[in-house]
Design a protein around this ligand. Structure first.
Ligand code: GLU
Length: 319
């Protein structure tokens, strides 16, 4: 039994979605997460998030793990594959249902949008009007082929101090409202799966792209609803964008790590480019993952998104 004075082992996770396209944006987030973990002696757990995409093609999970290893990342436990055991999510749903926090919701997106009073500025989501809740809330989780939503009441403003992005205040009731925790595909939503899995592995440190900062609010709310009292510490990082300012995606060309690899680009070049964005290097130069780790820190990381330029692409391909 550990004595109270013994320091708690901090644990983070690498949580790729096996979409078959780990691109430069993912590479930056994973490298940063890995470097922080190795610099601070956090334990690293690898979790494959294959539930939030409807279909995962065979072989893609292995390919994702292989690509992470090719870049030079390592981890201490896992890979854990979410879809292999859905029982923890069902248990969580049963718990939420018993306390009257969730209900099945057959409404379509159009029905929800037409009930919304005004489009929700700043997010792509429509606020779910509480008037659309059913009159009776069941106390058992039964119909697994329906969407289920978490009841978000008025006192649902979540505040937390992000280790990089600073103090956050997210009013879930006003921006999102009741959100989906179980999907009609018969599996948990991303929000529920993350919360259940992070708690099961005692994750203390979550490091990921800034596009998920709003999700942190929903995840903390869910932790409270499930009685999870160890809220992790969050670090939300800059995103990588294309020269048009939009998040890196297919439209910016093929920035998949596997494609660069097939064209003979080395991990050191990819790491060197990311190190240049992170201001670890003054110019683009190949860099080893160990040098990246030694140079990486949140204090020196720029507080703006990175732009992947045609020069960056040309430089990568020079090798
Ligand atoms: N699976 C998510 C992604 O690849 C990350 C989720 C998380 O870190 O909470 O974007």
């Amino acid at each position: 039994m550990p004595s109270p004075a013994e320091p708690i082992q901090r644990t983070t996770r690498l949580a790729p979605s096996p979409t078959g396209a780990l691109h430069l944006g993912n590479a930056f987030a994973f490298l940063a997460n890995w470097a922080l973990a190795r610099n601070y002696d956090w334990h690293i757990h690898l979790r494959i998030e294959d539930l939030d995409t409807p279909r995962v093609k065979p072989g893609v999970i292995d390919q994702t793990i292989e690509t992470l290893g090719w870049i030079g990342l390592d981890w201490d436990t896992g890979p854990e594959v979410q879809s292999l055991d859905q029982s923890p999510y069902v248990l969580a749903m049963k718990k939420l249902a018993r306390s009257g926090r969730v209900y099945p919701c057959p409404l379509t997106r159009t029905e929800i949008e037409s009930a919304a009073s005004a489009p929700n500025e700043g997010t792509h989501e429509t606020r779910f009007d509480p008037a659309l809740r059913p009159l009776t809330i069941p106390r058992a989780f039964d119909t697994r082929d329906s969407n289920w939503r978490l009841i978000v009441d008025e006192a649902s403003t979540i505040e937390f101090d992000d280790q990089f992005a600073g103090p956050q205040r997210i009013d879930i009731d006003q921006t999102i409202g009741d959100f989906v925790v179980w999907t009609k595909r018969g599996s948990p939503s991303y929000q529920l799966a993350v919360v259940v899995d992070d708690a099961a592995c005692s994750i203390t440190d979550i490091v990921r792209g800034d596009d998920l900062i709003d999700s942190a609010g929903r995840q903390i709310l869910l932790m409270r609803a499930l009685g999870i009292d160890h809220i992790p510490s969050y670090t939300h990082l800059p995103l990588v964008r294309g020269a048009d300012g939009r998040r890196l995606a297919k439209r910016h060309g093929d920035t998949r790590l596997d494609t660069y690899r097939a064209r003979g680009v080395t991990p050191e070049r990819i790491i060197g480019l990311i190190a240049f964005w992170c201001k670890i290097l003054p110019t683009r130069q190949p860099l080893s993952i160990e040098e990246f780790r030694a140079g990486f820190g949140l204090d020196t990381l720029p507080h703006h998104d990175f732009v992947f330029t045609p020069e960056d692409d040309r430089w990568l391909m020079e090798s």
